[in-house]
Design a protein around this ligand. Structure first.
Ligand SMILES: Cc1cc2nc3c(=O)[nH]c(=O)nc-3n(C[C@H](O)[C@H](O)[C@H](O)COP(=O)(O)OP(=O)(O)OC[C@H]3O[C@@H](n4cnc5c(N)ncnc54)[C@H](O)[C@@H]3O)c2cc1C
Ligand SMILES: NC(=O)c1ccc[n+]([C@@H]2O[C@H](COP(=O)([O-])OP(=O)(O)OC[C@H]3O[C@@H](n4cnc5c(N)ncnc54)[C@H](O)[C@@H]3O)[C@@H](O)[C@H]2O)c1
Length: 495
């Protein structure tokens, strides 16, 4: 054990936590501690190494394969001659791994920062021990370093949760932490879980030629979505993958080169590779939080107030380990708030979790923001909805789209948009105007559907016309002027 080294700021977690080292800290001393992510024990957190970024790079490759397969519908004859998995994988990680290594070296070598590559645990108030487990830093692997900070930020993220029935069985399995680096594609894959990770990997691997089976304990896939969209996604998934809903494994065993799972209804499901995608738990355990007086909620998240302060003075938390949303754009937002608050205790900023959007990069893509129809009804709104088909706008015809939907949920009484939910190509981008309208509003409050639709031009014949038409189609109360235009300059604008 070394003597303790003191820092102005200690950050545990190099994902979103790494972005706290703003220019405000250039004349101060900062330690960034990380034990590594995924099978490569990489620096830089989940999103960069085993999350958003590599998955979307695989999703894009899957889309290219899908486009080739689908080309004949457009009078273009093409065949998918092969999928070179090692080339796809190595192109992706050949780009990501150097970024991760560069980020680690930068923190290690800069004058005002230090990288500690190992597992951190609190041993007292703002005092930590780090067991060095990885090479690449200044500290010898196997040593324990003691560090203290005037302020400490817990940004330790989350990790896959694996059901006991699988863990206890001893069968080999992958999670999102490991599956993107497999040596070769299996012929068959079983995915346990029916959420975002399952939907994205089922798309990627099936587009690359793997026969995919999905098992989820709920009646629909992506069940947190608006029911209409969740049902639409599930119906399409049944056409593409073997989907078992209302099902969960009751036993697991090795079978030949693969794995066999028993489901409660007696069905036996088998595959060469098992991928577990049953949710993620916050990395708040094994951090010694009791020693630091940091309280944890029942669900395992570190308890924080709206400014990111934990129950221990000088200790902050952000991202998956404490947030109600396990999303990178939320972790980034929380990091910006905490970065400000660390240096401006006199004017604390607050987290804004009012309108958190999310997208699922599957086939089809899904995007959502605001209230679902069910939530709006539960909250007592006089709900009005409009579901517009992609296939009813000109660009949808060009794409020969038959399944895309854009649903807007509104308040009939005021004409305000309460939420939007889309399933179809580019929905993650198409939904942005609604995110903007909800979050920013106008000078006199939130925009109405009519103001959002008629207060601006919509490029013709872009796919965004599907949203324009959904907004225009929303039925509002008679006294609402559905053609009244929102004009920030006070003049009447009717494009
Ligand atoms: C497969 C996948 C795909 C995803 N895709 C998307 C997407 O498309 N869009 C989106 O918005 N979100 C996506 N997410 C979610 C997103 O990745 C996370 O919300 C985000 O990365 C969380 O950031 P964070 O900074 O809170 O934690 P992380 O980035 O996980 O960083 C935490 C770091 O702390 C380290 N650590 C943990 N405990 C300790 C300890 N005791 N000592 C030292 N180090 C420790 C970890 O090793 C890790 O490096 C995806 C997640 C996964 C798994
Ligand atoms: N595009 C994105 O933004 C993106 C992509 C990937 C991950 N993420 C984040 O990562 C988080 C974790 O993703 P996830 O898909 O692991 O979790 P999830 O919570 O989205 O889904 C977990 C699913 O597994 C099912 N399940 C749980 N236990 C089961 C069991 N024993 N048998 C069968 N099914 C079971 C649940 O019913 C649920 O459908 C997400 O909540 C999301 O915030 C985001």
């Amino acid at each position: 054990m070394t003597d303790s080294t003191h820092y102005d700021l200690v950050i545990i977690g190099s994902g979103s936590g790494n972005s706290l080292v703003t220019p405000d800290f250039e004349s101060r001393r900062v330690a960034v501690v990380d034990r590594g992510s995924g099978s490569a024990d990489a620096f830089g957190g989940t999103c960069l190494n085993v999350g958003c970024i590599p998955t979307k790079m695989f999703v894009y490759a899957a889309e290219v394969a899908g486009t080739v397969r689908d080309a004949a519908r457009f009078g273009i004859d093409a065949t998918l001659d092969g999928v070179r998995w090692p080339d796809i994988r190595d192109r992706i990680f050949g780009r990501i791994d150097p970024i991760s290594e560069g980020g680690r070296d930068y923190r290690r070598d800069a004058d005002h920062t230090e990288a500690y590559l190992g597992h951190a645990r609190f041993v007292g108030d703002r005092e930590l021990e780090v067991e060095i487990t990885l090479p690449g830093g200044r500290h010898e692997v196997g040593t324990t370093q003691r560090i203290t900070g005037d302020q400490v930020v817990i940004a330790t993220g989350s990790r896959p949760r694996v059901p006991d029935v699988i863990l206890g069985s001893g069968v080999p399995f992958h999670t999102s932490d490991t599956v993107m680096r497999i040596e070769e594609l299996p012929a068959t894959m079983v995915i346990v879980g029916g959420g975002v990770i399952a939907a994205e990997f089922a798309h990627v691997f099936s587009a690359l030629g793997v026969h995919v089976t999905v098992i989820t304990r709920t009646e629909r896939l992506l069940r947190v979505l608006d029911t209409e969209l969740s049902q639409a996604f599930t119906d399409l998934a049944h056409e593409r993958w073997h989907v078992h809903t209302n099902a969960q494994p009751t036993a697991a065993r090795r079978a030949g080169d693969g794995v066999e799972l028993d489901l409660a209804d007696g069905t036996v499901v088998s595959g060469e590779l098992l991928l577990v995608a049953t949710g993620r738990r916050p990395n708040s355990d094994d951090l010694g939080l009791e020693a630091a007086g940091v309280r944890v909620r029942e669900d395992g998240r570190v308890e924080v107030d709206e400014h990111g302060r934990t129950s221990a003075p000088g200790v902050w938390s952000l991202g998956d380990v404490s947030s109600p949303h396990q999303l990178k754009h939320v972790a980034n937002h929380e990091a910006r708030v905490v970065a400000h608050n660390l240096v401006h205790p006199e004017s604390l900023l607050s987290f804004d979790h009012r309108y958190v959007p999310a997208a699922v990069f599957s086939e089809p893509q899904v995007a959502t923001v605001g209230l679902t129809e069910e939530q709006a009804r539960e909250q007592g709104y006089d709900v009005t909805t409009k579901t517009q088909r992609y296939g009813d706008v000109a660009y949808g015809w060009a794409m020969e789209d038959t399944t895309g939907l854009f649903k807007v949920v509104g308040d009939r009484r005021t004409g305000h948009v309460l939420g939007a939910h889309a399933i179809g190509p580019h929905s993650s981008s198409l939904i942005q105007p609604v995110i903007q309208a909800l979050s920013l509003g106008g000078p006199t409050g939130p925009l109405t559907a009519s103001q959002l639709a008629r207060g601006q031009y919509w490029i013709h014949p872009a796919l965004s016309e599907v949203l324009e038409n959904a907004l225009l189609g929303l039925e509002v109360a008679p006294y609402q002027d559905a053609t009244a235009d929102y004009d920030p300059e006070g003049e009447h604008v009717t494009p």
